[in-house]
Design a binder for this molecule. Structure first.
Ligand code: DX5
Ligand code: ZN
Length: 210
């Protein structure tokens, strides 16, 4: 079963609330993008307080596009997010982050930028719940889809057929089936959904196409 998850990448609490409301009855989970202006050249809401201030049935995963995620993880674990994704390029302390998340009973995913090789995961692949492949340079809605990630994902899926894969960036009707073919279980979708006239219909279209 393929899961389609809307992404929320916002600069204000108002935008955050609007996007939560727009998908609350259409999905079980949202993907909250957090950018710090250091690891990526964009800045979003910091996220903790916004997440803590809402009451929603949605599950929330936080995608930390931040430098030194080890300095953020404790604060995130105080919130109700059930999953955290951090970038392997952003830290020397992956094992520490994974252990903290597991102690707090959260799902943990490791993100790889398009050019980062899968060998970067080797040391702790058994400790993580899923791998998060970036198919755009991280930081923004509407990035350019990097086709070469498809081969990297297929290779990973060949070596680790049981490890769940989520994919983030440039998912649309054309790229979604290729991503599933390459082994993805979960597709994060941003601009395709938010630029459509009808959010519900856009989610359904992607589901039908995979
Ligand atoms: C990109 C973010 C993505 C983004 C996806 O850096 O991590 O989650 O919201 O947006 P689209 O689908 O427009 O590439
Ligand atoms: Zn993301």
């Amino acid at each position: 079963m393929v899961e389609i998850i809307p992404s929320i990448l916002v600069k204000t609490k108002e935008e955050f609330l609007n996007k939560i409301l727009a998908v609350e009855n259409l999905t079980e989970r949202v993907h909250l993008d957090i950018a710090d202006g250091i690891f990526v050249p964009n800045m979003t809401i910091s996220g903790f307080e916004e997440v803590e201030s809402i009451e929603t049935s949605l599950k929330i995963e936080a995608h930390l596009m931040v430098s030194k995620p080890e300095n953020h993880v404790i604060r995130w674990l105080e919130t109700q997010v059930d999953s955290l994704i951090f970038h392997i390029e952003a830290t020397q302390k992956a094992t520490e982050i994974i252990e903290k998340a597991k102690e707090a009973d959260r799902r943990i995913g490791v993100a790889l930028n398009p050019e980062t090789p899968i060998s970067a995961l080797a040391a702790f692949i058994d400790q993580i719940d899923f791998v998060h492949f970036m198919t755009v340079e991280p930081g923004f809605y509407g990035g350019q889809f990097v086709e070469s990630v498809l081969d990297k994902m297929s290779d990973f899926h060949y070596f680790y057929p049981d490890k769940p894969i989520s994919v983030d960036g440039g998912v649309n009707l054309e790229t979604a089936p290729k991503l599933i073919q390459a082994g993805a279980n979960t597709l994060i979708v941003g601009s395709y959904i938010w630029n459509s006239k009808d959010v519900a219909q856009a989610i359904e279209e992607i589901k039908k196409n995979v």
